[in-house]
Unconditional design. Structure first.
Length: 289
């Protein structure tokens, strides 16, 4: 497997965590079924099958883990899903989903797993930290504990827009920053972006661990090259996550390839930057300062 840079979560940490999950008295997939959990982390429909009877990984995992039960969970993780060589972002997603309220069987199990994961992750300079909540239950994100070498900044919001619309977006970004929202806005990332391969880095940002991607849609946004890269990565994340991630907002009615017409959007022609920033804060469950 080709990697642009080595993983920062070491093989030792991955093995300790994976083995602990395998030896646990409760299944790692919690209240979900096995395949339902794996879908939240891996794009099974896009992964090839190792069994000629099936078109994709979802089919052969179902066959050999559920229908026939002739694969061990150890084989599933170490051989079929290759947890040792997964990109850090995917392994982080695996840990985050293991303690997600829709997966975990209760607060006690969540607390136990977070403590267990953090015991091993600490040696690599990472930890699961609270990042918002759903219905009173905590969500967690993997972040750096050292201030350096992070997988990616754990953004709450990433902003995707065309340069022609910067004046409006800049006001929104400033208001979010003033309210202590962790966001990706290119004008705040000059040092981080310096020297980076932008195609690779922006893919990680927009398909990464942010809670939401706010997409400022306009005629310019639909035709520009960089916004196209950003939204393709955002769509990839949205497909894998199977939950709301893209928050579309429109300056005009330009059709946007890949964006389903049934997804509700905000009409920016009817919102001042202040009102729109307040709406984002409300979506995050935050109060305006």
């Amino acid at each position: 497997m080709h990697k642009s840079e080595p993983n920062k979560i070491t093989e030792v940490t991955r093995r300790y965590i994976t083995d602990a999950l395998l030896l646990d008295t409760e299944p790692f997939y919690g209240r979900l079924d096995l395949v339902g959990f794996l879908r939240r982390v891996w794009p099974l429909k896009d992964m090839p099958s190792t069994d000629s009877r099936f078109e994709d990984a979802e089919g052969d995992i179902w066959q050999h883990m559920i229908n026939n039960d002739d694969w061990t969970t150890d084989y599933l993780f170490y051989s079929r899903l290759d947890v040792i060589d997964l990109p850090d972002e995917r392994f982080a997603k695996f840990l985050e989903e293991s303690v997600h309220p829709l997966v975990s069987t209760g607060p006690e199990r969540t607390a136990r797993l977070v403590s267990l994961f953090n015991e091993y992750l600490g040696a690599d300079g990472f930890a699961l930290r609270p990042d918002g909540q759903i219905s009173g239950h905590k969500l967690y994100k993997l972040v750096s504990t050292t201030g350096s070498g992070a997988l990616l900044e754990a953004y709450e919001v990433v902003l995707s827009f065309a340069g022609e619309d910067r004046a409006y977006v800049d006001e929104v970004a400033g208001l979010l920053k003033a309210n202590d929202v962790s966001l990706f806005y290119d004008m705040y990332e000059e040092a981080t972006l310096w020297g980076k391969d932008l195609v690779e880095h922006l893919h990680k940002v927009y398909s990464g661990s942010a809670r939401y991607c706010v997409m400022f849609i306009s005629a310019s946004y639909a035709e520009k090259i960089w916004p196209t890269y950003e939204r393709r990565s955002a769509f990839e994340r949205a497909i894998e996550a199977k939950e709301e991630y893209i928050l579309p907002a429109r300056f005009d009615d330009t059709p946007l390839p890949g964006l389903r017409k049934t997804i509700h959007y905000i009409d920016l022609r009817k919102k001042t930057p202040e009102a729109f920033a307040a709406l984002i804060l409300k979506k995050l469950g935050r109060h305006v300062l």
